[in-house]
Design a protein around this ligand. Structure first.
Ligand code: AGP
Length: 621
């Protein structure tokens, strides 16, 4: 997830681009840059000389701002980008815009090019030289290649050809010295909008970037291309035929537009989960097969694994617990899961054949970092699972598997959690495949179910109002127990953590079978028991556990699989989630619990994005 802005108009564009990037910083902030078409009138030259001036740097937008304050950049047509790294660390070289060989075409991009490695190889063979580690850099080189291969092809046509060549996602915006007053863009599965005004036209990833200039927008759809100049916007369909589309008007404030119209970042991020899940699978789940080389283990090493240790804190720890269940089930390797702060002090045994996985959305959690250092000191090979490219954990690990959930602003982890679970599913499945432990039929079934999980997550989100209603009726309770078994247990823990974190209500997550060993004593008519009970092999056991708490007069709220009417007899509230394979229930069942915590906290007027006493990155012990 990155932020893009482009402007072609009558005003100098440097500050328009810079201010637009500031408004997009919530989409990514590890490096930023702008590129402006600059026309120089040289007295002795016949025609003006056009060049693309680029200023870019690693760090937040204010770093770019300081640089720009010292640089003269004139021009009325330009592009800007704020980056959330996916391929290549956040450095100046990897920052956008990227150039072709002759620096005549510049491109900014938001998305992931799945087949960039093969395209890069083809281009290198044709003599192209690359300077960055990014997937994006293949784009200006491809455009250059298309333009030089035929005389009657323009930048727009080259962009149309490019969209057919690349696999993955992208909002791609390009400028060229050949046409200094136009900007060309194309879109596949990443947001791209056009803003229109009397003083010029804009392209952007999101409305806040240009709301101070216009309130009139047009959405560009998948595989469409668009060309903007100072006074024209031309949109084309995937066959290159012109499309007529009238702009619509929005009345949002800039602040609410940053949150995509949602009241809080947390709610926006909960709703972004279908996107985060899909992006995290992108390029790794291809045409019914798993491409998961990032594990960075040879088949031989995988076959020799005798133990996996996973360490993490908080929500990431709950993703680790889900990882244990699927890895043990599919890949038949014992998995130890441990809280990072405990691991570092207990003299853990690592040994030959032990794989160590550290999960951390921020990549900066000090306890996780210390555990990684301890494991490496003992000779373990460390794989990090993180959402932040170039974070300390990413740098200090042997290899990294990135979740591609996009930046998470709310302190409460939501979309990064579902993305971490995706990585756990892929890890378990990949190891099982290499070890030859999974039948083709079962493998195919899991892959197909994973492919449609984002749509199922969307179905849950479409019913968020139902959860809101349950929250409205239960927010005054002061004791909540979240119960689950096997795949439902980490979900129960996560549901309880979400609730306590943002509502400040006491909540506990328990393995339902453990109730009789103590916690059931808490249960009375002042308790809400949330039962995570989708269809699986412990379903009947969960039913009995819920009956036990009902007999103690608790209020019962069940999360069940679609069409399940069995809990109607004793549940006060029921929420149905789409059916899936039992191993995958967790990623769906957690979404209603995130929403439940959110709506309860809103009823209590809590600051859900910045709950008291908490920070997004816990960098102290
Ligand atoms: C989750 O909502 C919390 N903010 C917290 O438990 C968090 O998951 C924990 O601090 C771990 O953070 P990390 O994933 O960045 O390492």
């Amino acid at each position: 997830m990155c932020g893009i802005i482009a402007y072609a108009g009558s005003k100098q564009c440097k500050n328009i681009l810079l201010n637009g990037l500031k408004r997009l910083e919530y989409r990514g902030y590890d490096s930023a840059g702008i590129g402006i078409l600059s026309i120089n009138h040289i007295p002795e030259a016949k025609n003006p000389v056009v060049e693309i001036k680029v200023v870019k740097e690693a760090g937040k937008i204010k770093v770019l701002e300081e640089l720009l304050s010292e640089v003269e950049m004139h021009g009325v047509c330009g592009i800007g980008h704020t980056r959330w790294a996916t391929h290549g660390e956040p450095t100046r070289i990897n920052a956008h815009p990227h150039f072709d060989c002759k620096q005549k075409i510049a491109v900014v991009h938001n998305g992931i090019i799945e087949n960039y490695a093969e395209i890069k190889e083809e281009l290198i063979k044709k003599g192209h030289v690359f300077v960055s580690q990014t997937d994006t850099e293949v784009l200006p080189h491809l455009l250059e290649e298309y333009l030089k291969s035929k005389t009657n092809i323009n930048l727009l046509m080259a962009m149309q050809k490019l969209l057919k060549k690349i696999k993955g996602s992208g909002a791609i915006v390009a400028i060229s010295v050949e046409n200094p007053d136009e900007i060309v863009a194309g879109r596949i599965a990443s947001p791209l909008i056009v803003g229109t005004s009397k003083e010029g036209n804009f392209l952007a990833s999101d409305m806040p970037a240009v709301l101070e200039h216009t309130r009139f927008f047009t959405v560009i759809n998948d595989y469409e291309t668009v060309c903007i100049t100072r006074d024209k916007v031309k949109i084309y369909d995937s066959n290159g035929k012109p499309v007529k589309r009238n702009p619509f008007k929005v009345n949002w404030s800039i602040e609410s537009a940053e949150k995509g119209g949602y009241e809080d970042f947390m709610l926006k991020e909960i709703f972004e989960q279908p996107y985060g899940i899909r992006e995290t699978m992108r390029g790794r789940l291809l045409d019914g097969e798993l491409n998961f080389k990032e594990l960075n283990l040879t088949d031989e090493q995988i076959k020799n694994l005798n133990k996996i240790q996973i360490i993490a804190c908080g929500t990431s720890y709950h993703a680790a617990l889900t990882g244990k269940l699927v890895i043990e089930r599919w890949a038949k390797i014992p998995v130890e899961v441990e809280i990072s702060s405990e691991y570092r002090y207990r003299d853990p045994i690592v040994g030959e054949g032990c794989l160590f996985i550290a999960i951390t959305q921020s990549g900066e959690t000090i306890d996780t970092l210390a555990a990684i250092r301890e494991a490496r000191r003992k000779g373990a090979k460390v794989i990090a699972v993180t959402n932040v490219v170039g974070s300390t954990v990413a740098r200090e690990s042997d290899s990294v598997i990135y979740t591609h959930a996009g930046p998470e602003v709310g302190v409460c982890a939501t979309k990064t959690f579902s993305a971490q679970i995706v990585v756990m599913y892929l890890t378990g499945l990949y190891i099982a495949r290499v070890k030859g432990l999974i039948k083709q039929e079962n493998y195919g079934r899991i892959i197909e179910e994973l492919r449609i999980i984002p749509d199922k997550a969307q179905i849950i989100l479409n019913n968020a109002d139902r959860i809101k209603k349950i929250a409205d009726e239960t927010f005054r309770y002061t004791c909540f127990l979240f119960l689950g078994r096997i795949y439902g247990f980490p979900v129960a823990l996560e549901g309880a953590l979400k609730l306590k974190e943002i509502s400040y209500i006491h909540a506990e997550g328990y393995a339902a079978g453990e109730m009789k060993h103590g916690p059931i004593a808490l249960t009375d008519n002042k308790t809400v028991v949330v039962g995570v009970i989708p269809q699986d092999f412990v379903y009947e056991k969960m039913l009995s556990n819920l009956q036990e708490v009902k007999a103690r007069n608790a209020r019962i709220f069940t999360i069940v699989s679609e069409g399940d009417k069995n809990t109607e007899k004793y549940a006060d509230y029921i929420f149905e989630i789409p059916k899936t394979l039992e191993e995958l229930n967790g990623i769906l069942a957690v979404i209603p619990l995130q929403l439940y915590a959110y709506y309860i906290a809103k009823n209590l007027n809590r600051n859900v994005d910045q709950p008291r006493n908490l920070a997004k990155s816990v960098t102290v012990e």
